[in-house]
Design a protein around this ligand. Structure first.
Ligand SMILES: Nc1nc2c(ncn2[C@@H]2O[C@H](COP(=O)(O)OP(=O)(O)O)[C@@H](O)[C@H]2O)c(=O)[nH]1
Ligand SMILES: [Mg+2]
Length: 697
């Protein structure tokens, strides 16, 4: 494996809505550049970057994958990413490590919901962008419609640098606005093409489109603008320079046309990556924090600087173990050396450095600034860690992964698997930071959270296939709470005379509601020693213990205040235990008086579906006690926002699928707790009582 310098490296990330063709485009780029010797297909499960079992089986990308090729004597590192919402955290990780983004858009569908989402990520990371309109060979593919949708979403900066030669089944190649030549492709998937003069029927379109492009290219630079006014045109070099500047400034997003599966237009995309996208050396300096001073520090992307690297992704391979994917910002890193993990404050022994081609690892002796590598079996290192020369410390900021949107309870099919589950989940969450798991202290259920049902199901499939743990997925118990609406003033008195030593504790408390989210407050207003000071915490403990066990249906009681204002004691028979029991008795009496009610979690829900389903979906939400918050249109996708009780949403996924024929999706997150309506509350209390008597039997 050759070693490349940062000037000769391009780090691109392919992003876009699911099924736009990112994985297929990666596949074609690798094939046409000679990095692999067959054009891998998603359908055949043999692409380089969809290599995980779950990806092959489901024919979608689930995690980001790294591949590379050589083109025009440059090394192109390609990060292929998922485009469906549940897996966008992976896309963020990849973009964090890339120097430019290639946005892939379907020539039939145009800009889709997640295209806009990933575009926002690029804004966040300030990435130069180019756009590939893919699937030009498909029926109903349209140049004009797609360009209109690009301009509508991303402004006039989304400007074509090509004209497609035919469309749909006649798509045969591209005409370059820069060289004013046509590239006509063979239709056999070989990627071979011939350069020819622009066919006569395109000359008008060409001159118009070229004029528009030259104006855009000249806009970013005064010098170019002057040249343009003086000569009425730009030289090829100036043209490229203008586009490059525009891309770096974020004012130009050149648009290309291609078909990845028929292998048309890919060479021009590769040319654009090497000619227009910034080299690893040309991007802005890498910024981080000096951990000692907490001040911002900068690093030039250069092999001459001390080493500094960032772990952007971890793969939990059941055979190879932990694989860390690393971006080297500065310096040189070598195989079989020891490096300082600044984030963990530990030294790590590196084995051989490797360059990934999907799942295939190619050993490399050393890697220079601006490049990527993989290293296996690091002990302490996790995603987001920074490595650096201790004499020149720098810590890079990591990606914030959004909280999961949906939670399921899981149970092992065989009882002995409890430990295995935790181990396997620990590994899985190492590679997928968007998955969370924990044991609910209240219900004792093992909860598995992810971004949507599919995400959780894939995790369950990984548990079974990789780690041999079979689990059952259950909708989780809704974490209800209890609270009070009224006030109470009661006495809790515990007196027992058994033979010699008795027990005596006596307290008087007031109870009142607190605002939502107020949790619990305890005020001690005992004066003059009605209860000795050392027993007062026992009263509070008696109350909080009982509150945790619940009063109505076994759910924790929250948002209330207790004031302890009087009581009495016995010099011999009083004890902590006796006062704890007195506190607990007082709590129960107070709850009876204070008009207890159940609280339920209310979720903020967003539903995305084609507009024709809006009526059916809002109707359904109303029947789920949902409150509509607003409607939004993004092209032909309706976004419905509502607040809905969690209890009504646990079984929503299959309903949405059946109502929309699989075309809808939704996202939800916790908003707040609210009172359960009385008639529903009664049922919950009744069920809890049944469960309790069953347990006792
Ligand atoms: N007709 C046609 N189909 C394509 C093209 N590119 C990808 N596809 C198909 O579209 C589907 C999704 O492609 P994939 O590369 O997995 O999209 P990704 O989700 O963006 O990675 C697959 O069935 C591909 O075979 C193309 O240029 N033309
Ligand atoms: Mg893909």
């Amino acid at each position: 494996m050759k070693v490349f310098e940062s000037e000769s490296i391009r780090n691109i990330c392919l992003i876009g809505h699911g099924a736009a063709g990112k994985t297929s485009l990666t596949s074609a780029m690798l094939f046409d550049s000679g990095a692999v010797n067959r054009l891998g297909r998603v359908e055949d499960g043999n692409t380089v970057t969809d290599w995980e079992d779950e990806e092959i089986e489901r024919k979608i990308s689930i995690s980001c994958a790294l591949a590379h090729c050589e083109w025009n004597k440059k090394k192109i590192n390609i990060l292929d990413t998922p485009g469906y919402r549940p897996f966008l955290a992976e896309t963020q990780l990849a973009l964090r490590a890339a120097d430019a983004a290639v946005i892939v858009v379907d020539a039939v569908a145009g800009v889709e919901v997640q295209t806009e989402k990933v575009w926002e990520f690029c804004d966040e990371y300030n990435l130069p962008r180019m756009i590939v309109v893919n699937k030009c060979d498909r029926d109903n593919a349209s140049k004009d419609r797609t360009l209109a949708s690009l301009e509508e979403s991303f402004g006039r900066g989304a400007v074509p640098v090509q004209i497609p030669l035919g469309m749909e089944k006649d798509f045969a190649g591209v005409i370059s606005l820069l060289t004013e030549k046509a590239c006509r492709y063979e239709k056999d998937g070989s990627g071979k093409f011939k350069e020819e003069d622009v066919p006569a029927e395109y000359t008008d379109e060409l001159s118009q489109a070229r004029e528009k492009l030259i104006e855009m290219a000249a806009e970013g630079s005064d010098a170019l603008m002057e040249k343009f006014f003086a000569d009425g045109t730009l030289s090829h070099e100036d043209f490229i320079e203008g586009l490059k500047t525009g891309m770096m400034q974020g004012s130009i997003y050149p648009v290309f046309f291609a078909s990845s599966t028929v292998n048309i237009g890919i060479a021009q995309v590769l040319n654009a990556v090497t000619d227009l996208c910034p080299s690893a050396a040309a991007v802005a300096k890498a910024t981080g924090i000096d951990p000692k001073t907490n001040e911002a520090v900068e690093r030039t992307i250069s092999s001459a600087e001390p080493y500094a690297a960032y772990v952007f992704k971890t793969v939990a391979d059941p055979f190879a173990g932990r694989i860390s994917l690393v971006k080297l910002y500065s310096g040189i890193m070598r195989s079989d050396s020891t490096y300082n993990n600044q984030t963990k404050g530990k030294n790590e022994k590196f084995g051989p450095l490797q360059v990934p081609q999907g799942k295939t690892m190619i050993p490399v002796g050393e890697v220079h600034a601006g490049d990527f590598f993989a290293v296996t079996k690091l002990k302490e290192t996790t995603t987001g860690d920074s490595f650096c020369d201790p004499s020149s410390p720098i810590v890079f900021s990591s990606v914030e992964i959004p909280e999961p949107s949906i939670t399921f309870a899981i149970e092992p099919k065989s009882r002995g698997d409890e430990d295995k589950i935790s181990n396997a989940l620990a590994r899985i969450t190492e590679e997928d930071a968007a998955i969370k798991y924990n044991r609910d202290p209240q219900t004792k259920q093992l909860l598995l959270s992810g971004n949507g049902q599919l995400h959780v199901e894939i995790t369950v499939a990984k548990l079974s296939k990789r780690y041999g743990v079979e689990v059952i997925l259950k909708t989780p118990k809704v974490p209800y709470r209890e609270t009070i609406r009224g006030k109470a003033d009661v006495q809790g008195r515990h007196k027992k005379q058994t033979g010699g030593h008795g027990q005596f504790g006596d307290c008087r408390i007031k109870m009142e509601p607190l605002p939502r989210g107020g949790q619990f407050e305890f005020a001690n207003e005992i004066f003059g020693g009605a209860i000795p000071r050392n027993f007062i915490p026992a009263v509070e403990k008696g109350i909080t213990d009982s509150a945790a066990r619940g009063f109505l249906a076994g759910y924790p009681v929250v948002d209330f205040k207790v004031t302890l204002y009087d009581g009495s004691f016995h010099p011999v028979d009083s004890s902590e235990m006796a006062f704890k029991i007195a506190g607990s008795l007082a709590f129960k009496k107070a709850m009876e008086q204070a008009n207890p009610v159940l609280l339920e979690p209310i979720m903020n829900v967003e539903i995305y579906a084609p507009q024709e389903y809006a009526g059916a979906l809002t109707g359904d939400l109303t029947s789920r006690r949902g409150r509509l918050q607003g409607m939004d249109m993004k092209r032909d996708i309706q976004i419905i926002k509502a607040q809905v009780p969690m209890a009504e949403m646990v079984s929503y996924s299959p309903v949405l699928t059946s109502v929309t024929g699989g075309r809808g999706s939704f996202h939800m997150e916790f908003s707040h707790y609210d009172e359960v309506p009385a008639h529903i509350g009664e049922k919950i209390v009744e069920e809890a009582r049944k469960e309790r008597t069953e347990e006792e039997e």
